[in-house]
Design a protein around this ligand. Structure first.
Ligand code: RNT
Ligand code: ZN
Length: 422
């Protein structure tokens, strides 16, 4: 159902006045929101499949469930689906690509042989959309990762292979950054870990540290490229021990001044990442977020507008951390329309940021004056302020569907395009 433009602007006028009474400038909040890019993860569109066509299934302790029809089978289909999703999301965003989405022209190009040319179509697509790109080496779904170890593998030959892949990925990231005029964040995540209790927890970490040092040997201009490292508590098949734990990577990132990637699903189920931001950003230069939603485990559910998401956005805005935070998404759901999944998760992330940008200054004032009763009362009242009216006005201003009109677009695309895919 389309919302009429008139009702959007009337509701916005009232909301603007309501917020103005509380000392909040809604136009300024919308302008700020327009300057925050979200990095859309390509892998939501094809269930983390990639385009190597090796028949190798997903591995590395991550899993996609569901078989909703219409997944992208080719790079062109994936780009078309991304175009559709982007047309439903207000603002200018980025593309986050994994290395196994390269275009290899039917040739077998192993992971340690990838070159910028294999990503040229993606770069051209991003350029024509005015988007920046982020990148990831793919250290899973490959025979050399079959036993669950990559950069920390006990065999040097296996470590060497993955070191080469990661070095190649950085070079590709730097080319992307250069061509698109915005630094590419290349995120290093590896699955390495043990299903059962290890005896030696130290040696794999020593090997990982040494491999990372090799990967990062060459200095790359931060105007072109930034390195991020992603920690994890457990995965499927690495329940008892993950080499790249939070402590490991926090230490590594601080020591080497790398970006720390915090994935919302990579901690204890009751642990959120919001509270970590103000701590880690005291010691690492910047962070990368993998905005995700774990349900009982690191299940990578589509991001909803829940407390965890609102807390992350609030931390970034309240502490002025946006300039040092790269916001990326990381979820994969094959049980619903995949374009809708992108739209829902990205729109929610933006909604949470908008809510944070609209926070009345009285909240902070009450805390400063030690009036914690008012702090709690105001925090709760703030939740029902008319931020939704500002969101609708923002969508209209950005020329994307208002309200649930985006869903009609997705249904139309499903009928016309997705349902035709075998
Ligand atoms: C896995 C990590 C990692 C992946 C992507 C596909 O647990 O979250 O970021 O989801 O690289
Ligand atoms: Zn992640």
């Amino acid at each position: 159902m389309a919302t009429s433009s008139e009702s959007v602007s009337q509701t916005y006028t009232l909301a603007k006045a309501r917020y103005a009474d509380l000392g909040v400038d809604t136009d300024a909040a919308m302008a700020k929101l327009a300057g925050i890019p979200i990095s859309l993860h390509c892998w939501q569109g094809d269930d983390v499949g990639g385009f190597e066509n090796t028949g190798e299934g997903l591995s590395g302790g991550i899993a996609v469930t569901g078989n909703y029809p219409g997944k992208a089978r080719t790079p062109d289909e994936l780009r078309a689906d991304l175009d559709k999703a982007l047309s439903l999301i207000p603002g200018k965003h980025r593309l986050n690509l994994h290395a196994f989405y390269g275009e290899f022209g039917g040739k077998k190009v192993d992971r340690n042989e990838i070159q910028p040319e294999h990503f040229q179509n993606w770069i051209d697509w991003a350029k024509s959309n005015g988007m920046g790109m982020d990148f990831n080496p793919t250290c899973f779904a490959h025979p050399m990762a079959a036993d669950g170890f990559t950069l920390s593998h006990p065999k040097k030959a296996v470590r060497d292979f993955w070191v080469e892949h990661c070095i190649a990925s950085r070079e590709i990231g730097a080319v992307m950054g250069k061509e698109l005029g915005s630094p590419t964040v290349t995120n290093f995540w590896i699955p390495d870990g043990y299903k059962d209790t290890p005896v030696d927890r130290l040696a794999p970490r020593q090997r990982l540290s040494e491999s990372l040092d090799r990967v990062f040997t060459k200095a790359i201009d931060p105007k072109l490229h930034l390195d991020a490292v992603e920690c994890k508590l457990f995965g499927i098949g690495s329940e008892s021990y993950v080499v790249g734990s939070h402590e490991f990577y926090m230490g590594y990132a601080i020591k080497n001044q790398k970006l720390l990637c915090l994935d919302a699903g990579h901690f204890h189920p009751t642990e959120g990442i919001a509270d970590k931001l103000s701590s880690v950003l005291m010691y690492v230069p910047e962070v990368l977020l993998h905005v995700s939603r774990g349900v009982r485990w690191d299940s990578d559910h589509v991001v909803t507008l829940d407390d965890a998401l609102q807390s992350i956005a609030a931390e970034l805005v309240r502490n002025n951390l946006l300039a040092r935070t790269h916001i990326g998404l990381d979820f994969f759901d094959a049980s619903i329309n995949r374009v809708a999944a992108w739209a829902i998760g990205t729109r929610n992330t933006l909604k949470a940021l908008l809510m944070a940008l609209l926070e009345p200054p009285a909240l902070r004032d009450s805390e400063k004056s030690g009036d914690y009763t008012s702090r709690l009362a105001l925090m709760e009242e703030t939740k029902s302020l008319p931020w939704g009216a500002v969101w609708d006005a923002y969508c209209e201003k950005q020329n994307v569907p208002v309200g649930t009109a985006w869903l009609d677009e997705v249904k139309g695309y499903e009928n016309a395009v997705l349902s035709k895919r075998a």
